[in-house]
Design a protein around this ligand. Sequence first.
Ligand SMILES: Nc1ncnc2c1ncn2[C@@H]1O[C@H](COP(=O)(O)OP(=O)(O)O)[C@@H](O)[C@H]1O
Ligand SMILES: [Mg+2]
Length: 282
Amino acid sequence: MFTLGILHSTIREEEKFILAAARKKGIKTQFIDIREEVFNPNTYQPNFNLALERSVSTVKGLYATKFLESLGITVINSSKVASICEDKFLTSLVLQKTQVPTPQFALVFGIEQAKQACEQLGGFPVVLKPNLGSWGRLLAKVNDTDSVESIIEHKDVLGSPYQKAIYIQKYINKPGRDIRAFVIDNEVVCAIYRNSSHWITNTARGGVATNCPLTSELRSISKKASKAVGGGILAIDIFETENGLSINEINHTMEFKNSEAPTGASISGAIVDYCIKKYQKL
Ligand SMILES: Nc1ncnc2c1ncn2[C@@H]1O[C@H](COP(=O)(O)OP(=O)(O)O)[C@@H](O)[C@H]1O
Ligand SMILES: [Mg+2]
């Protein structure tokens, strides 16, 4: 009988939803707290057939994924998808290469280069982001050169090696919201608007989720973006611009506890269905 392994650290509402959905569908689950595992290929005995990666830490989650894949176990999302989506620069590069609309961006390692990049992107404001990050943390909307200098100096002196790679993106003047589309197997399950009076609209930062109707444009761009990074279970952040929809970033271990109620969709049910489908294809 099929057992779904759920890789996790802290168990959030989302993991409880997934467990409830699996029970409803008669699927056996095995919760694997990655903090308690010893990933030794000589001793590891998996007691599940396929794994769903739901760890809070993307770094630890990716190591666990790569370990299990090395043993021949299918993990959702794959390390290939996770490696692109965890990194905003790599995601932007893939979107650009596959001609999926995305805001202009650049990567720099120094202050002078940052100033040049700001000009190339059409001037201020721009947004500086950590390549690896979530929940809207450490994002800076920058309005002038003085601020660019100061932020980069702080990152250079105080930051970790990864923070010294500076991702700069054109600022998009949003209508008080952005869109998050939940995309599974390259199809949109549902989408929310994240409404906020702040320019950072993450629900983790107080953004309020309301249902976003699924237009053909939304379905089409979401499908393209999902395919571009390799598919799987994804949450795609989208801006409404005067030239149509534009993909901001793609998340590969999304949170969705605030999104089932406003959309009426069972994201957790769709996640479990996708795992079952993948298992049947093994
Ligand atoms: N270039 C931008 N222009 C306008 N708003 C932005 C831009 N980049 C990010 N934001 C806002 O900040 C939020 C978080 O940014 P995002 O790139 O998704 O990082 P995180 O991984 O922290 O969610 C977005 O949902 C959006 O509301
Ligand atoms: Mg985001």
